[in-house]
Design a binder for this molecule. Structure first.
Ligand SMILES: Nc1ncnc2c1ncn2[C@@H]1O[C@H](COP(=O)(O)OP(=O)(O)OP(=O)(O)O)[C@@H](O)[C@H]1O
Ligand SMILES: [Mg+2]
Length: 453
């Protein structure tokens, strides 16, 4: 390799660095204008070195960009892309391990995502990191908590006092002489970290300088690729969510316009026949009555399916609007009056609202289907202006505790309450009516589900 080509691309597309002799140093201008030939010669040699180094650095950075582009085109997904980057890091910097730690979405956790160790890639997916002895959870906590300096690459020695004990012990036992960790930065945001550690004889200062330049160049490409991938993934999920909603709406419309309307029309015809037929024979009257019952039941079920398919909480819809909508829908399926009493309610976030309305819907459906009530009521009020209290009550036949596990509805209400950390109480007794009470506050108490007899 000649002087000007300190970095060469190998046939397989990886970067081969020729380690420069030392880190960059400025040559003082007075030396370059010195009349002493020895001083001048030394200054020229150093300037030439510095020039070569800058040239070699620029070339390496170009090669890394090229490598990232090649990997983006060649690899089918982001994991394989990072797999290629980490392999290159290990091979080109004479290191033993290259690991990638990522922050989770709310930046409360930092976990090892993948590690290229010796000549093999380990992925977190499917428990692929279980075989690694490295205390990656300790280092994850350290990365998350060690605030100063994280906009820059940090070098650690084997027994570095800043490191958690478990990591230092692992280094001592495994003969790791140190590591270099570079943040994956996107503007002022840290998406994660890339870590390189080496075994054996510690590298000389110059090789370490080169390794840091390389990891930083790779970290820049990695952060960009990660960000791009997340944007693509987010819009893919959004598209999927929209497609699912559209399909559900289409199904709901179909069921409503065809099945439910169809059963409604059959029911009307049968009822008209019942009125007009006078006094039929008993078997005939019974058959007609059964047909009326069947048509009514299936009409109710079809309408219920419409209610289930349509999202409980529309995008941006106020919770009280959603509650009113499901109560109105339920009213279409029963002649039992449903009283609605809704205070102005605070917005508590789409996901919480969705669960609350889901619970209201199930409680209401149960009251309509099972209670044989004379009245049903839906009430919602604020709690200390930040929380919510929802009650769905009926004055029907109630039920005994041991029957409460007959269907999916109870379990689903319980699971929904657990998901949002709410307290769910079901007060019921045979012939004593039923009341489902849900209480939710932002600083939620642990979920409590009671079935009080
Ligand atoms: N308001 C109510 N009044 C009287 N009985 C009720 C009431 N709510 C629930 N039950 C009783 O509790 C049982 C369990 O309710 P759950 O909602 O779990 O199941 P389901 O309504 O029968 O079926 P699914 O909800 O899965 O369609 C019901 O079958 C019914 O016997
Ligand atoms: Mg039910």
């Amino acid at each position: 390799m000649d002087d000007a080509s300190a970095v060469e691309l190998l046939d397989n597309g990886t970067v081969e660095p020729e380690t420069p002799s030392c880190g960059p140093k400025d040559v003082p201008p007075q030396e370059l204008s010195s009349n002493d030939p020895d001083v001048l010669r030394a200054a020229l040699v150093r300037e030439h070195d510095a020039y070569r180094r800058a040239e070699c650095l620029a070339k390496m950075q170009t090669e890394v960009v090229q490598l990232a582009l090649d990997l983006l085109v060649r690899e089918p997904d982001i994991e394989s892309f990072f797999g290629g980057l980490t392999r290159t890091m290990v091979e080109e910097s004479d290191s033993h391990v290259c690991g990638v730690w990522l922050m989770d979405d709310d930046e409360k956790r930092c976990d090892l995502w993948m590690a290229y160790v010796a000549d093999r890639l380990y992925l977190r997916r499917h428990g692929g990191l279980d075989g690694l002895a490295f205390p990656h959870e300790s280092l994850g906590k350290h990365l998350l908590g060690y605030a100063p300096g994280w906009t820059e690459t940090i070098e650690y020695e084997c027994d570095d006092a800043r490191l958690p004990d478990a990591v230092r012990e692992f280094h001592r036992e495994g003969g790791i002489h140190g590591m270099v960790i570079a943040p994956l930065l996107l503007g002022t945001r840290t998406l994660g970290w890339i870590k390189l550690s080496s075994r054996g004889i510690p590298p000389c200062k110059d090789a370490q300088w080169w390794r840091i330049e390389l990891i930083e160049a790779i970290a820049r490409q990695a952060a960009l690729a990660l960000h791009h991938n997340r944007l693509v993934e987010r819009s893919r999920l959004e598209e999927r969510r929209k497609a699912i909603l559209e399909e559900r709406n289409r199904l709901a419309r179909d069921i409503h316009d065809n099945l439910a309307q169809g059963f409604g029309a059959i029911l009307m015809q049968l009822q008209a026949a019942q009125r007009e037929i006078g006094t039929p024979s008993l078997p005939f009257a019974q058959k007609l009555e059964t047909a009326v019952d069947l048509a009514r039941t299936h009409m109710i079920e079809a309408r219920r399916s419409v209610g289930t398919l349509r999202p409980n909480v529309g995008d941006g819809e106020e919770i009280s609007t959603s509650l009113k909508r499901i109560a109105d829908l339920a009213q279409l399926t029963t002649s039992v009056p449903i009283d609605i009493n809704l205070e102005a309610l605070p917005r508590v976030g789409d996901s919480v609202e969705r669960e609350i309305v889901g619970i209201a819907q199930e409680a209401l459906t149960n009251a309509v289907r099972h209670a044989r009530a004379r009245r049903i009521s839906v009430r919602a009020s604020t709690v200390r202006s930040i929380g919510l209290r929802l009650s769905v009550a009926d004055d029907g036949r109630g039920f005994a505790r041991d029957r409460s596990s007959a269907g999916f509805g109870m379990t689903s209400m319980q699971e929904r309450a657990e998901r949002i950390g709410a307290s769910l109480t079901i007060v019921t007794a045979p012939r004593g009516g039923t009341e489902v009470v849900l209480a939710w506050e932002p600083s939620s108490l642990p979920t409590q589900v009671h079935v009080a007899g």
